[in-house]
Design a protein. Sequence first.
Length: 347
Amino acid sequence: MIASVTRHDWTPAEVLALFKLPFNDLLFQAQSVHRQYFEPNRVQVSTLLSIKTGACPEDCKYCPQSGHYNTGLDKEKLMEVEKVLQAAADAKAIGSTRFCMGAAWKHPSAKDMPYVLKMVEGVKALGLETCMTLGKLTQEQTEALAQAGLDYYNHNLDTSPEFYGNIITTRTYSERLQTLAYVRDAGMKICSGGILGMGESVEDRAGLLIQLANLPEHPESVPINMLVKVKGTPLAEEEDVDPFDFIRMLAVARIMMPESHVRLSAGREQMNEQMQALAFLAGANSIFYGEKLLTTGNPQADKDMRLFARLGIQPEAREEHADEVHQAAIEQALIEQRDSKLFYSAV
Ligand code: SAM
Ligand code: DTB
Ligand code: SF4
């Protein structure tokens, strides 16, 4: 087996050499690394909820929620805490172990923070891992979130520093890095990754992974999104990414950040099951689970569970305080759901 160590000094030449490996060599290496750090047949499942949708002041060219583009989305206010907690309870009931709440903000306002903190406390009390993605944070806001029990903060770098300005002009790469540093200093786990399919080059893909892997500590979670092309956004007509290139990105991420969960993130609705199976082979070990991402679709939960069953994959238990009772309940719920679906489709 190829021995792997966790490194923070990746160079562009090394990373590009990984991207250029023959596909099977790259996948073999990624799968070998994966098996040194993870149970190979376990995949972490998170559920997303948009707690504040649309009318965002940022101009991210990929995003249906930017107020700069007309995508037909209804603008919404911050969701009520009770409704968020109900959605979290529903996510737990279908077997999710982490609940990620996203807001279309440049940054949270002082007026919204108390509600956001209540959401964290409430979701945590349900026995779920908590994750939020709210945009740029001040150090004080970061500390308040950590205090409330937030486990993960999602803040994507999206692409390389060189390509960033082609996609977003209303904020800078260094501001993103600053928020990540606050999150780390406050003791929370980092979820940070990017998007493929925005017209970036392989150098940009390598550049994003170098930024993430050369942080003082690797993000615990690395979401790799396939652009969801939404009508009205400037990237709606971008060319599709070659599916094998997308798998290569997951494999290189796995090799460079061997201890991180690599998430096969947005775009699964556009992927067939064979491609998703290849993604797991390349070392992806986390997905968004439940029929909606933030504003766009995701495969139905029962479809995912049938795919897991066909591949012999099981959902991963929560990382900390592995709660056996909760895990047993999740597995039972998944089996029941799968069986009832199989029964219905048989008649
Ligand atoms: N507003 C906050 C921010 O940008 O940090 C949080 C929410 S934002 C929607 C979270 C992430 O979703 C973005 O960083 C981006 O990577 C991803 N995203 C948004 N639109 C997407 C799309 N159409 N396809 C794939 N990923 C997308
Ligand atoms: C991430 O990397 N992808 C998620 C989550 N983090 C917040 C968001 C995907 C959004 C896809 C477009 C939408 O549904 O609006
Ligand atoms: Fe706003 Fe986040 Fe969408 Fe950018 S990605 S427009 S910051 S919601």
